[in-house]
Design a protein around this ligand. Sequence first.
Ligand code: AMP
Length: 267
Amino acid sequence: MKIVHTIKELQATLDDLRAQQKSVGLVPTMGALHAGHASLVKRSVAENDATVVSIFVNPTQFNDPTDLEKYPRTLEADCCLLEACGATMAFAPSVAEMYPQPDTRTFSYAPLDTVMEGAFRPGHFNGVCQIVSKLFAAVQPDRAYFGEKDFQQLAIIREMVKQLQLPLQIVGCPIVREADGLALSSRNARLTAEQRQQALRISQTLFASRTFAAAPGLRLEYFALVDGRTMQTISQWEETDYAVGCITVFCGDVRLIDNIKYKEPEL
Ligand code: AMP
């Protein structure tokens, strides 16, 4: 596997591949690679003649400087993993290589990018679109692979590709989890043993909510997370001190309602 650090070296190899009519898959990553990344790379290797994996901790998508500084960087181990997965090339550029001048472009895909990660991490998706569009321009892949773990990101990238009319296919890949259910993430390396145990609740809660959808005989009419005073749906946990989950379910033709107080103001 070839390791390159500049767009020039990258394109020299890509020119050779293209001259041989080879199809190219791209897997954009920020490194500290794990089995989740490996699943994307293996999928690309299976579906393309050549696979380029980019490893770049993109500063423009970090709204928190500490998060950027503490983001794990493990290039040597990453290259071993990529080699084992059958990647053709690792592209690990410097910040100066990707941003020789400040990127002043703005990407706006409302309402996709105004909620959730877009609301809690201002500028995050703009930075993602800046770097991914640069990678698409540099590699010009036939297909690009993204994980469903970053569900909102995947939707925004699809929208960007559609609006820019880029001639490539976006392939979404399922979430890879640890045996106990925790979704693999480069940031898991930063968890203490105790935090690792606490984090298990995340997937456990999601799985428990799914058992409802599969429960025999029940049909969900609505579930809403609301402010207990206004009855309006909340979009941020911190926006109220009174959070109530309200549910309505048909059991056959019998309509049943219930609710649970997640947090309640002290009287
Ligand atoms: P990152 O290095 O975190 O930017 O992730 C690079 C790509 O790998 C993104 O498309 C992620 O959605 C994907 N990815 C990260 N973790 C997982 C996982 N546990 N399962 C599937 N894909 C993942």
